[in-house]
Design a binder for this molecule. Structure first.
Ligand code: NAG
Length: 248
């Protein structure tokens, strides 16, 4: 995870004709909620090239060109500069827990969701393959398992890593290769800290709209069959009646 909470950009437009621009950027990177691992960086760019940077891990300014190296040496000998950098660093680190909580609050509105789909894998020895995709979860730790008639399936299961969406949220895709048998129940189960209890999603080869089509079709068929039967009885009654009429 990468999080830059403070990014200050200022441009010095030295000359319009030269289109020379310089900008400085200060940022703080951390992965832990308390910010104990925070790295404070200050970078100077000229025409988008990194000229020099201060890195709190080393506590030194580093120059990337001859002139900037000389400049950095001067700064690194300056006790006042170094003390100031330390103070800035402490200040930024102290607000990290607050910022982290704020960021988490905004994540609460985002809900994890699951998609269960059938996919084709021509290379597979099994005729069927299901994919269970889980989207929008944070933190990264998650457990996706497959159940066949409520029993965990461990063979013929593959999974991607937890993939970062780049916005703190993750997604993962788990695959099950299997040979469908009649009357079995295949379930994808997801366990995650944001869930009160595991979510189970059952595989239904036919979707709801398919079921609707089938019921409408069946109703129509029965209706038609009813008419046919009534017609048939009517016809038979009539013919029988006619047969009963004595001829001769
Ligand atoms: C800051 O310095 C540490 C230690 O030398 C290094 O591991 C890290 O990559 C540096 N960060 C950047 C952004 O250069």
């Amino acid at each position: 995870m990468f999080f830059s909470f403070f990014s200050l950009v200022f441009y010095l437009l030295l000359s319009k004709t030269l289109a020379l621009s310089a900008h400085g950027m200060a940022r703080c990177q951390f992965t832990s909620p308390d910010g104990h691992d925070a790295v404070f960086l200050e970078q100077v760019y000229i025409n988008k090239l990194l000229m020099g940077q201060y890195n709190s891990t080393t506590g030194k300014l580093v120059g990337y060109t001859e002139r900037m190296k000389e400049l950095a040496d001067d700064f690194n000998k300056d006790k006042h500069f170094l003390d100031q950098q330390k103070r800035n660093e402490e200040r930024y680190k102290s607000v990290i827990p607050t910022l982290f909580q704020e960021a988490l609050k905004s994540l609460k509105f985002i809900k994890l969701y699951i998609r269960l789909t059938s996919v084709k894998d021509p290379g597979s020895e099994h005729p069927a393959m299901l994919r269970c995709s889980v989207y929008n979860f944070y933190p990264k730790q998650i457990r996706v398992t497959w159940l066949r008639n409520e029993k965990e399936v461990t063979s013929d299961v593959t999974s991607t890593e937890e993939l970062s969406n780049g916005n703190w949220l993750y997604q993962i895709h788990s695959y099950l290769e299997y040979t469908p048998t009649f009357g079995e129940k295949i379930t994808c189960m997801v366990e995650h800290i944001s869930l009160m209890e595991p979510i189970r999603k059952n595989w239904e080869p036919l979707s709801e709209s398919d079921w609707n089509k089938i019921s409408i079709g069946t109703a129509g068929l029965l209706f038609g069959l009813g008419f046919t039967t009534v017609g048939l009885i009517y016809y038979m009654k009539n013919t029988r009646g006619r047969l009963l009429v004595p001829t001769g």
